[in-house]
Design a binder for this molecule. Structure first.
Ligand SMILES: NC(=O)C1=CN([C@@H]2O[C@H](COP(=O)(O)OP(=O)(O)OC[C@H]3O[C@@H](n4cnc5c(N)ncnc54)[C@H](OP(=O)(O)O)[C@@H]3O)[C@@H](O)[C@H]2O)C=CC1
Ligand SMILES: O=C(CO)COP(=O)(O)O
Length: 327
């Protein structure tokens, strides 16, 4: 999106073949099929070259976008901290697209970043919202939220991305944005399971709505703002991922509902953040005494060998209750 917006953009890859394909054929077949990429998007695998690119970027658009799975965030931040400091780039805004809770620590992305960067890299934020990479690559309309406590992070993210078909909205609710992004992946697995079992459109709508209640409950308990969950990074991303077949989390659920095993579904190495973070999300909820029945049902199917139909029966057998407040 930044390259489509004429922002000079360099993609740091770790796979030489990916870099070469981007620079010579303007394609990224490993992730994006045969979709053409903007010619002004360049790639490198060399950290020094990435730092030099940042040093040469105009200050209003200078920005690092961290787009790795949550499990790679900590090591990536640890690599970058001394490099940014040594290159006089410690004030460069860093935003991440990562959606999930870190496995075992249960930390949200900002907790990982803050624990590594402390106040040594002061300008940080999260960039999130309904945005399938393949649609962004086709430069189709997309609306995203940048949440940060620093004005410069919001300004530079907006300057780099907001134009043409990309709209950037600002927020100061880092926690709410991250909880929505993490848990919509778990709900997408639930909706995929339901659709794989052919339980119908009514069931899917119920899961999305009660899933949002569940996300909101945990999000508020963790310090998020209620309004965030009806915004782009809450309801918006939940609807996209729970209903859009480009979603890898939804695909995992569909295959589970159709009887495939989790191991065979993930054998090709697909990133499905909901699988990685469902258990840690449930642990954080349990510690706060928050009820998360859909997340629990997804964990049962993923990790406790409960057949999908049995997990659905357990959900439906719960006692009748008031719809709202969502306790
Ligand atoms: N794809 C999408 O449509 C969207 C994804 N997101 C979120 O963004 C984050 C990244 O997702 P996505 O881009 O799809 O992820 P991918 O699995 O496609 O990986 C993205 C990049 O991270 C690199 N990477 C993977 N593992 C490691 C590691 N252990 N150490 C260093 N680098 C690593 C990959 O390198 P290599 O190729 O060498 O493995 C690749 O360059 C996720 O949290 C996801 O939920 C957010 C919005 C949309
Ligand atoms: O987060 C996404 C879209 O906003 C991508 O979802 P998946 O990781 O399920 O493909």
């Amino acid at each position: 999106a930044s390259a489509a917006n004429n922002t000079p953009t360099l993609l740091l890859a770790r796979d030489e073949a990916v870099s070469l394909d981007i620079n010579t054929r303007h394609r990224n077949p490993k992730y994006l099929g045969d979709l053409p990429l903007p010619h002004r998007l360049q790639s490198t695998t060399c950290l020094e070259q990435a730092l030099a690119h940042l040093q040469g970027s105009a200050q209003p658009q200078r920005l690092i976008i961290l787009g790795v799975p949550v499990m790679a965030m900590r090591s990536t931040c640890e690599t970058w901290l001394p490099l940014l400091q040594a290159s006089n780039l410690a004030n460069t805004p860093v935003v991440w697209t990562c959606k999930g809770f870190e496995q075992n620590s249960g930390q949200l992305p900002h907790e990982i970043v803050y624990s590594v960067f402390g106040n040594q890299i002061p300008n940080t934020g999260v960039l999130s919202g309904p945005s399938f990479a393949k649609e962004v690559t086709r430069n189709l309309p997309v609306a995203l939220t940048v949440a940060s406590h620093n004005e410069i992070t919001v300004q530079n993210t907006t300057a780099a991305l907001h134009a043409n078909n990309t709209r950037i909205y600002a927020s100061n609710d880092v926690i709410g944005v991250e909880v929505g992004g993490a848990l919509k992946n778990v709900m997408a697995i639930a909706c995929g399971i339901s659709d794989g079992l052919e339980l119908g459109a009514n069931a899917r709508a119920a899961l999305i709505t009660r899933g949002l209640a569940e996300i909101t409950r945990l999000g508020i308990a963790l310090g998020g703002q209620a309004a965030t969950f009806s915004g782009l990074t809450g309801l918006g991303d939940l609807v996209l991922t729970a209903t859009g077949d480009l979603s890898r989390n939804r695909q995992v659920g569909l295959a589970l509902g159709q009887g495939q095993s989790l191991d065979s579904i993930l054998a090709a190495g697909m990133t499905a953040e909901g699988v990685r973070c469902a258990r840690d999300a449930l642990n954080r909820a349990t510690a706060l005494n928050i009820d998360m029945p859909i997340t629990k049902a997804v964990c049962d199917v993923l990790f406790n060998a409960i057949p999908p139909l049995q997990a659905v029966s357990r959900l439906l057998a719960r006692e009748a209750k008031a719809e709202w407040p969502a306790e």
